[in-house]
Design a protein around this ligand. Sequence first.
Ligand code: SAM
Length: 295
Amino acid sequence: MFSYRHAFHAGNHADVLKHTVLIAALQHLTEKDAALTVLDTHAGAGLYRLDGDYASTSGEAADGIARLFAPTTPALAPALQAYVDMVAAFNQGNTLRVYPGSPFITQRLLRSHDKLKLFELHPTDLRSLAGNVAQLEAGRQVAVLHEDGFEGIKKFLPPPARRALVLCDPSYEIKSDYAKVLDMAADSLKRFATGTYAFWYPIIPRPEAHDLPRRLKTLATKAGKSWLHATLTVKSSKITETVTGDTKRPGLPASGMFLINPPYTLKAALKAALPQMTELLAQDKHATHTLESGG
Ligand code: SAM
């Protein structure tokens, strides 16, 4: 079915951006008493071993979360510190063995009256997710659904207390994911116009990836909704040639988070965190970030 497995990438630079934004958004959204529903359309396995077969094969966390865990790390901006503290809470001391995915990060920040719905299609990840979630003993607060997240969230919008965060984090392995994200965003805004929607996407040389944030911006603007767009680049996207004449692909060089109806505190939080994130995660001189908002 799918070959993408998040375990290979857990804790990489894209996760640092995505999960820093997720935590900052949730911290704000859980300040009000009213119940919050979080819909995680592409949940993954929930928890990852960084010393396991998958992660140690790719070692992507070494150039992601591990750089923020280093003893020489300077004082961090509050949003970045909150992210590091979150990952630290799943580990002992300074040793990084476990990386929490979006389901576990979210669950830690929810109150007992909030709800979390997790969608996962891959049977192996679903099994790991269900097993990991069972150990939380969170009862009916957390639901694991073996469903297509793009479609599955429809039945939960609008949520009972009319407060929701939707995290949409596909692997974009299938080209049609880009169009599905846009369809889901348009449909969700019709069902629940005041929800907070957060979309992660890869910045790769592919027209659909380039168009996605532009189209989300148009959608939000036409709907009269505020938006926030943050990107993080850690290296050049140029394909290079090795001494033997083979071509070398750089791996994921950059990614972005696009939010519709973002918490009003998020821009300032990211403005302080993004320059540090860029500096600490830079792999070459092309490392940079952007932050824009509108509406
Ligand atoms: N959100 C997770 C996190 O931050 O820890 C990582 C998710 S990973 C990028 C994407 C996941 O979506 C994979 O585990 C994949 O199996 C799953 N998936 C792919 N298509 C899906 C779909 N249509 N609905 C639900 N899950 C899907």
